[in-house]
Design a protein around this ligand. Sequence first.
Ligand code: HEC
Ligand code: HEC
Length: 384
Amino acid sequence: MKNLKNLALFFVLAFTLSSCIDNDNGFTHSHYKKYELMENTLNIPQEGPEEYNLVFPEYYGRESPFNKDEATLGRVMFYDKKLSADGTVSCASCHKQEIAFSDDKKVSDGINNQVTLRNSLALGAVFNFQEYYGPNRVPFFWDNSVQTVEEQIEFTFGSKNEMDMTLDQIVDVMNSNDYYTPLILALNSQEEKITKDGAVRALATFVNSIGSYTSRFDKALSKEANGRIGFGQEMNVASINFKDFTESENRGKSIYLSKCASCHGEIMGAPNVLQASNGIEVMAEDPGVAFTNGQFKVPSLRNLNHTYPYMHDGRFATIEEVLDHYSTGIRATDDLHPLLKEGSGNPRKFNFTEEERADLLAFFSTLDDPEFIADQKYSDPFKQ
Ligand code: HEC
Ligand code: HEC
């Protein structure tokens, strides 16, 4: 009798289980319809993609939700070489995760053996694209010419030496390669084809989700800040000696705060000055920001150890060379920023000592973010 009861229970259980496992696609637990179309090409689990909700450090006191299906479709686009005219280049060719989404060339290699005009900007040098970049905030590109990620994407796809694709062509490639179908269906359970807007939105969501905020600097800053840093308090909080830093790192931080942060920002978030000439000799053919004589974006310095070579033209191969520049090499360029001039109007010379250089390098290493660089949700989803 007891055994019979157990048997009945077994059947009931087995029936319930099988009814929630089986449906026409195999698994109801599967996040994806038609998963079989992508499983040979993409390393994205059937149960669904990574979460993209960003949890910023405590000092920032905020989280930021991202639609994981849009971000995941954008991630596949970011790594897909088919989205370039000759099939050799993806966004990731010039923005490599292992080096904070930069590349290690002076100028980058685009399609048909062409090169870009400027040094690749490290997407992992910024705290987070959505938080700091965009209209009325920090614009994109070395010449600050673009206001939104969406415009940047259309510009980059279309650029003859980078990918040379119209958005119509991008959408055609996506709609004719069936590994995109499950990803598109995940956005809208009816539609198997993506629109131009949908494609741009997906890639923009992925780019906006990129950002590095889990460095030792961020962790130490969170401890000192005791909760959220209010607007305008960045300097007060950042200038406290961090308990988790070595003496050298703390000295480097002080030098950075007194000599560099007035432009590059105290907590490596938004810069304090959007554009400037920092006194590098500028080639006439690249005047930088429109209507200036060689002013360029003030770049963010997170993951600096990885983002060489430096400056808009990649002229400096090492951080030491950058420090030589600020130490004794600043030139009296037409537009040299007042913060880099002496009272007399001559270029400043910071004349760093050996110890000061070592301290600055130690401080910059606290901006390394190994968790970010290894984060699965930003990695190449294609099976090799
Ligand atoms: C051939 C190399 C190359 C490819 C391919 C490429 N980029 Fe870039 N990217 C660059 C260079 C070089 C810059 C800096 C250009 C400038 O400022 O003039 C840049 C700048 C950017 C910026 C601006 C960052 C900032 O801080 O202002 C973003 C965002 C970006 N790229 C995203 C992308 C995306 C998304 C794709 C794919 C659609 C892509 N890139 C493809 C080389 C490339
Ligand atoms: C007047 C504002 C200003 C000040 C002050 C300043 N910088 Fe810069 N910095 C810039 C600008 C603008 C650029 C980009 C110039 C270019 O590429 O043409 C830059 C570029 C850099 C880069 C290259 C980053 C990259 O990814 O290519 C580093 C590193 C750097 N600065 C470090 C420093 C340090 C260290 C100090 C303090 C000793 C400092 N800066 C002070 C404006 C400033």
